[in-house]
Design a binder for this molecule. Structure first.
Ligand code: ADP
Ligand code: MG
Length: 182
């Protein structure tokens, strides 16, 4: 049976998200695969910016929404940062993402994929990171003034609070969470 470990975290502000991302970067090893899920603006790219910083990457990490795949090779581990937002699930196989975790054509490193739910075939083992904004925002008065049209606004704009759920699948990724200090 595949080992699964889950940790639910709460970040009250941006700095707490960054601290969580840095710690995971410190625990990441060659072959770590990170699947990032969460609405637009929930903080997937922000998480990876802090993650990359903690790996020692000096190049500013930007959103790969348009480039699809960005490679950073100057840190402790190579980082392949991917964003599937603009793709249909049927277009994803042509990116041959498995090349990044096979370690033949590219040096093995960390693969991080935003909008990973578009992957038709998930890797066998991974660390999934789900980012969301708690419904009970710390600024209820702001929420009340929004004409109840909550579907059309980014709740993320209102609050720095995030719920960060970590789910490790397989022993490599479970080990990362077993060492994580909440
Ligand atoms: N606690 C937090 N964690 C992550 N991002 C936060 C937090 N608080 C505020 N933000 C802001 O939310 C936005 C997240 O945007 P981004 O990382 O591009 O989201 P995504 O990649 O998920 O679409 C950034 O402007 C970031 O500064
Ligand atoms: Mg993003």
């Amino acid at each position: 049976m595949t080992e699964t470990v889950k940790i639910d975290l709460y970040a009250k502000n941006l700095d707490e998200t960054k601290a969580i991302a840095s710690q995971i970067a410190q625990l990441a090893t060659t072959g770590t695969i990170i699947l990032l899920e969460g609405n637009l603006g929930s903080g997937k790219t922000t998480f990876m910016q802090a993650f990359g910083c903690a790996l020692g990457i000096k190049t500013p990490i930007t959103s790969p929404t348009f480039t699809l795949i960005d490679e950073y090779i100057e840190g402790r581990l190579p980082l392949y940062h991917i964003d599937l937002y603009r793709l249909e699930p049927s277009q994803v196989p042509s990116l041959h993402l498995q090349e990044y975790w096979r370690g033949e054509d590219f040096p093995l490193g960390v693969v991080a994929i935003e909008w990973s739910s578009k992957l038709l075939n998930l890797p066998h083992n991974y660390l999934q990171i789900n980012l969301s904004v708690p419904m009970q925002s710390s600024q209820p008065e702001l929420l009340q003034n929004l004409d109840n049209d909550l579907d059309n606004i980014f709740l993320e704009d209102l609050s720095e609070e995030r719920i960060i759920q970590l789910i490790a699948q397989g022993s490599h990724h479970a080990q990362i969470l077993n060492q994580f200090q909440a």
